[in-house]
Design a binder for this molecule. Structure first.
Ligand SMILES: O=P(O)(O)OC[C@H]1O[C@H](OP(=O)(O)OP(=O)(O)O)[C@H](O)[C@@H]1O
Ligand SMILES: Nc1ncnc2[nH]cnc12
Length: 179
């Protein structure tokens, strides 16, 4: 466990922060700084998969959120050998879909899921890079439920504590690093 905590600390120290991006007053936490270093990216993958295995309800599918969430959700889906399901920004998915709009730290957007992507009663673990206000994750949870899935939980690389996004989510939430 001490080893896990020190690996989380290493990831935290290496996520670069940019002030006033993309708008004045926002501190942008750039998870791509980890991906530029294969050693750190491998450690992050190991931490995510370790956390994904720790949820009480084991996931049947991994749901990743467009776009940065895909970078991590696909790795975990492979490690767990379960299907990967994308939730995309509106207008990008073919076939029948369900959509919902939401607000985020610096704008508004809409998300979409394929109606047949998750079997009725299947357990989904939702993975994204960052939890801010929680609007994105809350919308993703609603979409998974709408197409008949259950939610094992939600896993984030980064949690911005002061935005209190966790309070919007009625499912188990784990984040690897917090600011
Ligand atoms: O908790 P919230 O306040 O809703 O914010 C978190 C979301 O904002 C960012 O996504 P963004 O929409 O910028 O998309 P990207 O991953 O394509 O950069 C981030 O990747 C999360 O998905
Ligand atoms: N502060 C932030 N840094 C990086 N990505 C974000 N997405 C939403 N808020 C963010």
């Amino acid at each position: 466990m001490a080893e896990i905590e020190s690996k989380k600390q290493l990831i935290k120290e290496n996520i670069r922060a940019y002030n006033d991006f993309p708008k004045p007053g926002i501190v942008f936490r750039d998870v791509f700084s980890i991906l530029q270093n294969p050693e750190l990216f491998s450690i992050l993958r190991e931490l995510l998969t370790f956390s994904a295995k720790s949820f009480e309800v084991k996931p049947d599918v991994i749901v990743g959120l467009d776009s940065r969430g895909f970078l991590f959700a696909t790795l975990v889906a492979l490690d767990l050998q379960v299907p990967f399901v994308p939730i995309r920004k509106k207008g990008k998915l073919p076939g029948p879909t369900k959509a919902a709009s939401y607000t985020l730290e610096y704008g508004t957007d809409a998300l979409e899921i394929s109606t047949d992507a998750i079997g009725k009663g299947q357990n989904a673990l939702i993975i994204d890079d960052l939890l801010g206000t929680g609007g994105t994750l809350q919308t993703a949870c609603n979409l998974v439920k709408e197409v008949g899935g259950n939610i094992s939980g939600c896993l984030l690389v980064i949690e911005l504590k002061e935005l209190n996004g966790k309070s919007k989510i009625n499912y188990p939430v784990q984040s690897l690093v917090q600011y």
